[in-house]
Design a protein around this ligand. Structure first.
Ligand code: V47
Length: 388
């Protein structure tokens, strides 16, 4: 390992990582530019194993996108329908309960609910959908509303955000996902998502979320027009906020999927890029408990490798996802079964640990009915064709 990182010219970074020293902006640039990705991954693995050992967290979850109507018109997004577009939909609380009913025979620990910014939705709608989900699946935790949605909900409520967050908590909100962060760069904001809450606005909302005692995640959308410098600044910016609030649970790098977007000339991210993003994040975000591999965007195959490049969390069974699609498919039904998730993790030589949305451990390791999910059994990766 020392020889590997020395050959890659990263011996001094190994020293820092071994001593648990914080990496700098310049270190971040070097990690992005180092030609030997295995050396960067090996460094990240030191941190990953120090923080989580062999454990790989996973969640049985369900994603629900309650409306695709959005007035932000982000160039990287293929999911939205602008207001007035006939493709627009809004799920009523009853629609959402009907969706949940389709999964009544399955264990669900986390319901992840995010959507477009639909200015027509009244404040009560948001409380109603949380209450409806809570009543239908009281055992599942609700992770809902990006910082962008929360700003819109407060606008609809005409109340201070902290009051709104207390109302949402009272209705059943357990925690907040990390979406809408994109890349904290004024240049990229201006170019790709001008109408959306600006970067400082995202931080202000996150600060309030953490202030009222809700945990959240943070994301970074990469693989479009961003630069390496912008990505390092993004990571250091959220590291700084984490020092202040300690409210982030997990960092989620999101690989840009250009299909059906205004940026469809941009090539899809490669396996090398996807693994590097996870590794650099693990190394720079020394105060984040978890780094997630979201297989929907990077394929289950690369998510599996990511468990040796810094990721200690795989999301999840997912079941239904509308924001992006597996390459070459248009189906919203995007799922890994519980057994396939267990196999994916075990085959990689890690120990699967089931969690809920707040990282409470549900079971220590595969239980009796999963025990035959031997690492030898081939993982069903047919759900997605490889993207790289
Ligand atoms: O905010 C939009 C991104 C996000 C595209 O917190 C795109 O655990 C790629 O945030 N290609 C929503 N990405 C999803 C999200 C998320 C997903 C999984 C787990 C968690 C978590 C959060 O998806 C948006 C935006 O950044 N997005 N369009 C696209 N074409």
């Amino acid at each position: 390992m020392e020889a590997l990182v020395a050959r890659a010219g990263l011996a001094d970074l190994y020293e820092k990582v071994a001593k648990g020293e914080r990496l700098s902006y310049a270190d971040g640039l070097r990690l992005y530019r180092a030609s030997d990705l295995t050396a960067v991954g090996a460094l990240a693995n030191v941190v990953r194993e120090r923080m989580s050992g062999e454990a790989t967290y996973y969640v049985r979850n369900l994603h629900i996108n309650y409306t695709n109507i959005c007035n932000k018109l982000c160039k990287f997004c293929s999911f939205y329908a602008p207001p007035g577009d006939p493709r627009g939909y809004v799920l009523t609380p009853a629609d959402i309960v009907a969706r949940l009913d389709e999964y009544r025979h399955q264990v669900i620990r986390e319901i992840h609910m995010v959507a477009g910014i639909n200015p027509k939705l009244p404040y009560q709608y948001y409380l109603d959908i949380i209450q409806a989900v809570r009543a239908a699946r009281p055992e599942a935790q609700i992770k809902a509303f990006t910082m962008i949605e929360l700003a819109q909900i407060a606008r609809a409520a005409k109340k201070p955000l902290t009051d709104v967050l207390e109302d949402l908590k009272g209705a059943g909100l357990a925690c907040v996902p990390g979406g809408g962060a994109e890349v904290f760069s004024d240049r990229v904001h201006e170019e790709l998502f001008r109408a959306k809450l600006d970067n400082e606005g995202w931080f202000d909302v996150a600060r309030d979320v953490h202030r009222v005692g809700l945990k959240s995640n943070a994301t970074m959308l990469y693989g479009h027009i961003e630069t390496v410098e912008e990505k390092v600044k993004h990571l250091l910016h959220i590291r700084e906020l984490q020092d202040e609030t300690k409210g982030f649970q997990c960092f989620v790098p999101l690989a840009f999927d250009p299909a059906r977007t205004e940026l469809d000339h941009i090539p899809v991210t490669t396996g090398q890029q996807n693994l590097r993003e996870i590794a650099v994040a693990r190394l720079l975000l020394d105060n984040f408990p978890h780094v997630k591999a979201f297989w929907i965007m990077i394929t289950p195959q690369v998510a599996q490798l990511a468990l040796w490049y810094g990721a200690d969390d795989v999301d999840g069974t997912v079941s239904h996802y509308e924001i992006t699609h597996a390459l070459g498919t248009t189906s919203h039904h995007q799922v890994l079964s519980h057994e396939d998730l267990l196999d994916l993790i075990s085959e990689a030589g890690r120990v699967p640990v089931e969690r809920d949305a707040l990282y409470n451990v549900m079971v220590e390791a595969p239980q009796a009915d999963n025990a035959q999910a031997s690492p030898q059994r081939p993982v069903n990766l047919e759900v997605l064709p490889p993207r790289c």
